[in-house]
Design a protein. Structure first.
Length: 297
């Protein structure tokens, strides 16, 4: 007799099939046999019953064996896709927080961000990010770690990298601090391999991808409470300021649309000190503060 080994057989959880379910299935098969026998007549049923019942039994057993691997495949696919019960951590503007994932990886979540992740990982470790976070991923060559955002996917096996993907930003980007990562658009096009110090940036309006060499220390300074604005358009720079200080900043003019800012605030500067410094960098710029609303003119 030929022995068949079904892939995933050792992973079957027999506790999922109760005794009452087995008995119900048996009674259903017996009922079907009686219906078929009655349809062919008592004589035929009497002569063919032993063989016919064996055929039915074999068919039922084969069907059960076929169903088991399919069920296992679906279960594994859900685990691979990170589809176990989900958890979510978020931060308000003006705050950051650290999250420890089920595999021991650490995530520092920047202000105004949301991180979604499963209670446990399968063969693939997948999380979803809206906002900005620094990932310190535990090493595992056989279990890739993927960060999904609206625009890009970043995949690593064990490394440290920053992902910036705020929904209101002009771009989605990732900066590699150590190790190696691959980055691609959510659509799966233009895959790139990064080395430490590389920043991959996808312009949302034009669809262009720009690769630059940057300082990871500057781009991740936010985790230590600092504010580093590196070659950012004025509108994006003020979004960074607004998130850090939990205020609303309103640009009342388009006179600064082409201006690009670079500034570092690493000494615990106040909101007014930051605004004053930015206005000194951009000729003619002024600001007024009304409660939690700042108006730039």
């Amino acid at each position: 007799m030929t022995a068949y080994k079904f892939k995933g057989w050792e992973n079957i959880d027999t506790s999922e099939v109760t005794t009452s379910e087995v008995e119900a299935s048996y009674l259903a098969v017996q009922s079907k046999i009686r219906e078929i026998e009655n349809a062919y007549g008592q004589k035929t049923a009497t002569v063919k019953r032993p063989v016919f019942r064996r055929v039915i039994a074999w068919a039922a057993a084969a069907a059960a064996l076929i169903m088991i691997p399919v069920g296992i495949h679906l279960y594994d696919s859900r685990k691979d896709a990170g589809m176990t019960a989900g958890l979510e951590r978020s931060t308000d503007n003006g705050e950051t927080t650290e999250v420890v994932l089920p595999d021991g990886s650490k995530v520092t979540l920047n202000a105004g961000s949301v991180l979604k992740y499963p209670e446990s990982f399968g063969r693939k470790r997948i999380v979803e990010l809206e906002g900005e976070a620094l990932f310190e991923v535990t090493s595992s060559k056989s279990h890739p770690f993927t960060v999904r955002t609206q625009d890009i996917r970043v995949t690593a096996h064990g490394t440290t990298f920053n992902v910036n993907a705020y929904p209101d930003g002009h771009s989605a980007s990732t900066t590699l601090c150590s190790g190696a990562v691959s980055v691609e658009r959510t659509s799966g096009r233009q895959k790139a391999e990064l080395k430490p110090g590389d920043t991959y940036s996808l312009d949302r309006s034009s669809g262009a991808v720009v690769m630059t060499q940057t300082s990871p220390e500057d781009l991740t300074a936010w985790k230590d409470g600092h504010l580093c604005i590196i070659s950012q358009p004025v509108a994006e720079a003020f979004r960074m300021v607004a998130r850090k200080f939990d205020v609303s900043i309103h640009l009342t003019t388009d006179a600064y649309d082409k201006a690009v800012l670079t500034a570092k605030f690493i000494n615990g500067e106040s909101l007014e000190e930051v605004l004053t410094a930015v206005c000194h960098l951009v000729p003619g710029m002024e600001y007024t503060i009304e409660g939690k609303d700042i108006y730039i003119r």
